[in-house]
Design a protein around this ligand. Structure first.
Ligand code: SF4
Length: 333
């Protein structure tokens, strides 16, 4: 018997649904059941969904630059850039636009199709936004897709960024609504949803995912995937991060996260958000080639490329190129 017959996809009312259909009505029970599937069945289902929407050998490549590092007033427990912790990250001023454009040009030459600019702010001040809008326009003029992550935005701020040519805005939900308060106390899950709504309304594509390995339960990972997969429109990009434990932050001392559970989370994101690009983000530096390969098989189809992810290390470009060659993967055109 074809084993996929034994793992039908069913919707809220229990009726069979196309396994690769884009739906926003995922329930906790359904997503929990995905996490509980035998690993071969989970991977098989993720592959079917992946192949229905993407070429499984293509990987989208983004580069991330910290344009304003450190001194952030937020208290995200995983983040060395928070001013609440002594993690050895020095607060810096907003980078000069010409330097940002130089980095973007180098990223393009190295094969990136999207350039993300990250600033450690709770939310941008209007004069900061003027500078970022100028950067966005200049990076866009190089022929790159543009992405920014600047903290919470108002509706008018999102519209200004759209007007400057911003293609994507990154704003992660981080974890489940229930666990959110354990990780961040200076803003709420609802604040995140509000900014996502402003970004969507402005016509900017959404990059939104989360982090695993922060001491959350599997039920929290289920809750995070449900929160993402039931947004009114699925994020176009879904970064799934593995916690990078940085000394000086409150989450520096937990146990290393189980790689298979990480792959399961990637597969659950792929299955529930079939048409979204699922990105392997933070944590790749500490991941074996085998784990990364399993993530690609589970439906991940994007990586950040370059030696640094904001302030934490990322595999060197040559190592990424070697791994992609070994696996027969090519940059997404
Ligand atoms: S994750 Fe972002 S918002 Fe949170 S402390 Fe770090 S820079 Fe600030």
């Amino acid at each position: 018997m074809d084993r996929h017959i034994a793992i039908p996809a069913t919707g809220q009312d229990g009726a069979a649904v196309e396994p690769d259909a884009v739906r926003q009505d995922w329930t906790r029970a359904e997503v929990r059941a995905l996490f509980e599937l035998p690993f071969p069945d989970l991977i098989y289902r993720a592959q079917r969904v992946h192949r229905a929407h993407f070429d499984p050998c293509q990987v989208q490549i983004s580069t991330l630059l910290s344009i304003k590092t450190g001194g952030c007033p937020e208290d995200c427990g995983y983040c060395p850039q928070s001013a609440h912790y002594e993690a050895g990250v020095k607060a810096e001023k907003l980078m000069d636009a010409a330097a940002v454009v130089g980095e973007a040009r180098a990223a393009k030459q190295a094969g990136a199709s999207r350039f993300c600019m990250g600033a450690a702010w709770r939310s941008p001040k209007d004069r900061d936004l003027d500078a970022v809008c100028a950067m966005v326009a200049a990076v866009k003029a190089l022929g790159l897709e543009t992405c920014a992550t600047l903290g919470m935005l108002t509706g008018p701020q999102a519209l200004r960024l759209k007007g400057a040519g911003l293609d994507y805005y990154n704003h992660n939900l981080d974890t489940s609504p229930e666990y959110y308060g354990e990780i961040i106390t200076t803003r709420t899950f609802r604040d995140r949803l509000e900014t996502l709504d402003h970004v969507r309304t402005a016509g900017i594509s959404v990059c939104c995912g989360g982090i695993v390995g922060m001491g959350e339960s599997r039920e929290d990972r289920v809750g995070m995937i449900v929160a993402l997969a039931t947004l009114p429109v699925h994020p176009e990009s879904v970064p799934i991060n593995m916690l990078v434990q940085v000394e000086g932050t409150p989450l520096a001392t937990g146990q290393a996260f189980d790689a298979i559970e990480f792959v399961r989370t990637v597969a659950a994101a792929r299955i529930t958000m079939p048409a979204s690009v699922v990105r392997l983000s933070a944590g790749r530096e500490d991941m074996s080639e085998e784990t990364q390969a399993l993530c690609f098989v589970a439906g991940a189809n994007s990586i950040f490329y370059g030696p640094k992810l904001l302030t934490t290390p990322n595999p060197a470009r040559d190592r990424d190129r070697d791994l992609m060659d070994k696996l027969g993967l090519v940059p997404m055109s």
